[in-house]
Ligand binder design. Structure first.
Ligand code: IMP
Ligand code: MG
Length: 179
């Protein structure tokens, strides 16, 4: 796919992300019982870096990791409205403590669909965390239980998040500026 030329301007530093994750994990630990296993569900692919840092910050807890892939995005910067499950969980979540980890809440379609689907499996507790939130873009009424950072309506990349499959490996969050 041919892209227009662009540059990336840093928006949130790796250091700021790490500090925020520390604070979020204190809240997450307070919410879930210490002596029960937590199933941490990453939404592929954008959450893979975030979930890696989150579970290590929860290093003193009994954590299981699973993944789910949903798609509402093609390769463009516009969301389509249909959410499809491309890869389902490997494990069962009935009666268990579950934390769903997402990179960005944008229109809200993806997470609200996923939460609807997973809550039908009757977990004991189901919570959501998103690294980034773009509230001005919301089209369905949805709020994650924890948010890393609220950001304006900008297209961002890095720390797992891509533009046409590129820039996931940047250690910080940057915004795409077309030149
Ligand atoms: P929603 O269903 O509109 O909330 O879309 C959420 C998904 O859109 C996220 O999981 C991302 O994969 C993608 N997305 C939304 N905004 C951005 C962005 O700024 N950069 C890259 N992907 C994005
Ligand atoms: Mg995504």
């Amino acid at each position: 796919m041919a892209e227009r030329p662009y540059v990336i301007d840093q928006m949130i530093s790796a250091k700021a992300i790490a500090a925020r994750i520390e604070a979020l994990c204190r809240d997450i630990k307070a919410e879930f019982p210490k002596d029960e296993r937590l199933v941490v569900v990453g939404l592929l692919r954008g959450s893979f870096v975030f979930i890696a840092d989150l579970v290590r910050e929860l290093g003193d807890r009994d954590v299981e990791v699973d993944f789910l892939e949903a798609s509402s995005y093609g390769n463009a910067t516009e969301s389509s409205r249909e959410v499809r499950i491309l890869k389902d969980l490997r494990g069962e979540i009935e009666g268990r403590n579950v934390l769903v980890v997402e990179d960005i809440v944008d229109t809200g379609y993806t997470l609200s669909h996923v939460i609807h689907l997973l809550s039908a499996r009757r977990p004991k507790k189901l919570k959501t965390i998103a690294l980034l939130d773009k509230p001005s873009r919301r089209e369905v009424d949805f709020r994650a239980d924890w948010i890393g950072f609220e950001i304006p309506d900008e297209f961002v990349v890095g720390y797992g998040i891509d533009y046409a499959q590129c820039n996931r490996n940047l250690p910080y969050i940057g915004k795409v500026r077309f030149t």
